[in-house]
Ligand binder design. Structure first.
Ligand SMILES: *[C@@H]1O[C@H](CO)[C@@H](O)[C@H](O)[C@H]1NC(C)=O
Ligand SMILES: *[C@@H]1O[C@H](CO)[C@@H](O)[C@H](O)[C@H]1NC(C)=O
Length: 272
């Protein structure tokens, strides 16, 4: 880990053919080059298998595509851009995984019964990049499959709060798959600072985090849709980042989960 610039450049070019996130669309629309947009964990470590049992792997035609978090036995929270313009029948949710690709006896695999994109999701501004997935049946909770709590409505983690970001995104070098679930330490960054770095694109329903120091190789983003875990709660959902992994000029941006608690409760209650 801690790749040099050249391997990043290489990884960048290799990402284009497999980028599930619409990089080309963004390029065409003049949005810059969000190459690291939810692609990978860099400078992190492999977690002890099944120590984060709430982590969901979203598989598009069988390939790991995005992360998510199980917060009720039949509900997964993820990013809207992971499902936007996707055929629901091509996506499955895998719980109880450590490996991004190999079958494991702990795994539970689900079809998706309903995809509920936030009604005000805007793929250009990244506003409301949040989505709920109702699984085809309830997950069986075990030592490898468990729930992560959502925060209370309105909680806004303070600048400097230590968090973790977790996912199965490719490692930076050559975009190869990680051996298992990875995680990296990050700290919450002040929203104003982040907003000026992003030239006014950061709203009050987004949360920013970075490595907490000036190191470029501290981390990149995790898989899109995966959680930013602060203490016992999923405070953020990986949404977007800049051209260069870990570039302090463009800190990683997450959807602020606490801003959507009323919406989440509305959707999950109504659906019972
Ligand atoms: C971010 O900056 C823009 C432009 O200056 C401003 O309109 C917006 O309100 C700011 N967002 C926050 C959360 O302060
Ligand atoms: C909850 O659902 C109702 C009925 O669909 C809708 O009118 C209301 O705006 C929703 N509230 C929130 C917070 O999403």
């Amino acid at each position: 880990m801690g790749p040099g610039w050249s391997s990043r450049l290489l990884a960048l070019s290799l990402l284009f053919p497999v980028d599930p996130l619409g990089t080309l669309t963004f390029l065409l629309l003049g949005q810059g080059l969000p190459s690291c947009k939810g692609i990978r964990i860099v400078g992190g470590r492999e977690v002890k298998p099944h120590s984060r049992p709430y982590m969901a792997s979203l598989r598009l035609k069988g390939e790991h595509h995005c992360g998510g978090v199980l917060f009720m036995a039949q509900w997964v929270l993820t990013a809207a851009h992971c499902l936007f313009n996707r055929e629901r029948s091509l996506v499955q949710v895998v719980l109880g995984a450590h490996s991004p690709s190999n079958p494991e006896p702990t795994q539970q695999v689900f079809d998706i019964q309903r995809v509920i994109l936030h009604p005000d999701y805007n793929p250009l501004s990244h506003q409301n990049d949040i989505c709920l997935l109702k699984l085809s049946r309830k997950a069986v909770l075990s030592s490898s499959v468990g729930l992560l709590k959502l925060p209370r409505a309105g909680v806004d983690p303070k600048q400097g709060t230590k968090c973790l970001v977790s996912g199965w995104g490719s490692l930076s070098d050559f975009g190869e798959s990680p051996p298992g679930l990875m995680e990296a330490d990050v700290s919450v960054l002040g929203r104003e600072t982040c907003n000026s770095s992003w030239k006014g694109q950061v709203s009050s329903t987004m949360l920013c985090a970075n490595s907490g120091n000036w190191k470029r190789n501290g981390f990149c983003t995790a898989d899109s849709g995966g959680p930013l875990i602060c203490g016992k709660h999923a405070q953020g959902i990986v949404s977007f980042s800049g051209t260069w992994c870990g570039d302090p000029k463009t800190p990683d941006v997450y959807t602020l989960v606490s801003a959507y608690i009323p919406w989440i409760q509305n959707v999950t209650h109504k659906s019972k």
